[in-house]
Design a protein around this ligand. Structure first.
Ligand code: MG
Length: 256
């Protein structure tokens, strides 16, 4: 290699490494097939989750609802939620307000199961409307979307008013459905400037519907407002949109 070419190559490689993600920088520490590389921690897998009785959480997850009570949740005033707990599930009490986890979360894998009321009530944005709000601000829409039609970025599996799902794997109302979410929250500088936006990946009933999309900012109704600085960890929120949607088997694995 000519000295000039070598210099150019080195410069390009340096830029690439500087811009690389943490996993890539870590990868470069190891030879291919290196037996000294640390083994991943063993995790006992949970049971699949669209089963009649619901799935179970993996062994290293924080369980936010175990089928019995809402001790891990509160309303906007910090009071116990008024939502109804049934046999292995809980249900939105319409017009009683959203509920939030007591514990805040940052980057995370999140599992949620939900069920739209059957028969559905209303059309468009009405039947089975609720929402899983990451960091209390960024909504993954929950809606009856098996039969009901609405604007694509407002249907089940959408990042509300930003991204429609890639496909529509919605099950009929009255059947349990699953969201498996990979969430990376936004980062802000000390003075509140956006350093990096949030990204989300979503498997809806086991089908990829959001493939690491970049959020434009927090959720608003028919708007796309810009980011506003917030903490690295914020509560997970479930929306009361006036429909008695049910939830069960909710767990979080925090990402380091
Ligand atoms: Mg909603």
């Amino acid at each position: 290699m000519k000295p000039q070419t070598r210099l150019l190559w080195l410069a390009a490689a340096t830029v690439a490494v500087c811009a690389a993600s943490v996993p890539l920088i870590e990868l470069l520490q190891w030879k291919p097939g290196d037996h000294n590389r640390p083994q991943p921690a063993k995790v006992v897998a949970g049971l699949p989750s669209t089963q009649e009785k619901g799935g179970t959480a993996p062994s290293d997850a924080i369980v936010l609802f175990d089928g019995k009570d809402l001790v891990n949740w509160q309303d906007h005033k910090g009071q116990p939620p008024q939502w109804k707990v049934g046999d292995g599930y809980f249900e939105v009490k319409p017009n009683s307000g959203d509920i939030l986890t007591k514990q805040p979360f940052g980057d995370a894998q999140i599992h949620v199961e939900w069920l739209s009321p059957n028969p559905p009530h209303g059309t468009d944005q009405e039947p089975g409307n609720s929402g899983v709000y990451l960091m209390s601000r960024y909504e993954l829409q929950v809606l009856e979307s098996h039969t009901n039609v609405t604007y694509p970025d407002g249907m089940a599996g959408s990042v509300y008013c930003q991204y429609p799902p890639l496909v529509n794997p919605a099950l009929p109302p009255g059947q349990w459905q699953t969201y498996d979410i990979i969430w990376h929250g936004p980062r802000f500088t000390a003075t509140g400037e956006l350093l990096s936006p949030a990204t989300i990946t979503l498997l809806y009933n086991g089908v990829l519907v959001q493939d690491h999309v970049t959020l434009t900012g927090p959720t608003d109704w028919l708007k796309r407002p810009p980011y506003k600085a917030h903490a690295l960890k914020e509560p997970l929120l479930l929306q009361d949109h006036g429909s008695p949607v049910r939830y069960r088997n909710i767990w979080v694995r925090e990402l380091k």
